[in-house]
Design a protein around this ligand. Structure first.
Ligand SMILES: NC(=O)c1ccc[n+]([C@@H]2O[C@H](COP(=O)([O-])OP(=O)(O)OC[C@H]3O[C@@H](n4cnc5c(N)ncnc54)[C@H](OP(=O)(O)O)[C@@H]3O)[C@@H](O)[C@H]2O)c1
Length: 336
């Protein structure tokens, strides 16, 4: 089968096409012919060597969807022909994470899905929502599950709440759409006016241009009558977390999701204490979260936002495009 691997190095040259023997499913595994995979910022950070430091060669990319082409003798959950989405954290089926269940992850340290075939344990996958295209279904496991877990499993966001999402990448647009489905009001921040207009068209009540309003927390307070947001989904990290706390209401929640600016976070503890803000670290979610997400999207006919689809032989261009920051939503690679 054709695959890509990350070889030594921390630039785009480290992503190399290669071949490996086709895998064979174990008794409780399904063999998937991959149809589409989607990129996450994590894939870029692993390629650059700034995250994980996993042994190489490594098959990159955590998220995808495939068709079952063979099943092991004991498989009960799926049959040949089913369209299946593997869970990014295969051992985390339900409940909270544990040291044992959160260690193995697709795309590092485990080999990922940027390849023609992959074997997946039947318990570590869900049936793809039927209404989604392959490209859309491929975006569920990290971006979708992270937004779901932050907003609902941990955050208990509901009707009438105000949710702030930062930027217009994969996690944030999922959070925008899911928060709207739950009846919440959404405020989006972005460094681009065009992207803000598109976010408002998707259902955001307000957009804040962070280059025009670097103190975006003050705008959130203005837009919430001084109260602050119930939930801020922070994907930027770094010193910006201070602003996320400032933008949150007393007793509200900041989900610590991303590190686009920095892994090192600084904030004034006094403000967090005065506001009794709940700082909740998020590390994607369980297979249960993935299943709930799929059911919710199906119930409302909702579709994740796919920005661009690259062919398999242009995987490098897809990584370069994600790195440019030009995307609005998800970047996908389609397999032949
Ligand atoms: N903890 C978890 O479980 C988890 C899961 C998924 C992702 N993450 C992390 O969350 C972050 C976002 O991931 P993603 O996959 O959604 O990324 P993405 O699709 O690449 O989107 C990132 C978006 O954020 C905005 N942005 C980029 N750099 C920024 C900066 N320095 N300051 C402010 N905004 C910036 C941009 O939107 P605009 O152009 O609109 O400004 C960009 O399109 C990453 O750090 C990722 O590793 C964590």
């Amino acid at each position: 089968m054709k695959i890509y691997t990350l070889e030594d190095g921390c630039d785009f040259d480290s992503l190399q096409p290669s071949v490996r023997p086709d895998p064979e499913p174990g008794p409780r595994e399904v063999l998937l012919r991959l149809r589409a995979v989607s990129l996450n910022y994590r894939d870029l950070a692993i390629l650059r060597g700034t995250y994980g430091n996993f042994p190489r060669p490594l098959v990159p990319v955590s998220d995808g969807v495939g068709e079952v082409v063979a099943v092991g003798a004991e498989v009960r959950r799926f049959k040949v022909g089913d369209r299946v989405v593997p869970a990014y954290v295969p051992d985390w089926v339900r409940g909270g994470p544990t040291a044992e269940t959160s260690r193995r992850r697709l795309g590092g340290p485990l080999d990922g899905l940027l390849r023609e075939y992959a074997c997946v344990h039947e318990d570590a996958a869900i049936a793809a929502p039927a209404h989604l295209t392959d490209a859309e279904a491929a975006t569920l496991p990290i971006a979708g599950v992270t937004a779901w877990h932050a907003l609902f499993t941990q955050g208990r966001v509901g009707p009438g709440d105000t949710v702030v999402v930062q930027g217009t990448g994969g996690v944030s647009l999922y959070a925008l759409q899911l928060a709207r489905l739950a009846g919440a009001r959404v405020i989006v921040t972005s460094r681009s006016g065009d992207k803000l207009a598109r976010a408002v068209a998707l259902g955001a009540a307000h957009g804040i241009h962070t280059r025009e309003h670097p103190d975006w927390a003050a705008r959130v307070l203005l837009l919430t009558g001084g109260r602050g947001a119930d939930h801020v989904l922070d994907v930027v990290g770094g010193e910006g977390v201070e602003r996320s706390i400032e933008a949150t209401r007393v007793g509200g929640t900041v989900s610590l999701v991303g590190f686009l600016e920095s892994m090192t976070v600084r904030f004034d503890l006094r403000r967090a204490l005065q506001k009794v803000v709940r700082l909740q670290a998020i590390s994607t979610g369980s297979r249960d979260d993935l299943e709930s997400l799929g059911r919710a999207l199906a119930e409302y006919g909702a579709r994740p936002v796919v920005d661009r689809i690259f062919p398999f032989n242009e995987a490098r261009a897809a990584f370069e495009y994600l790195s440019s920051g030009a995307q609005f939503g998800k970047v996908v690679i389609a397999l032949p």
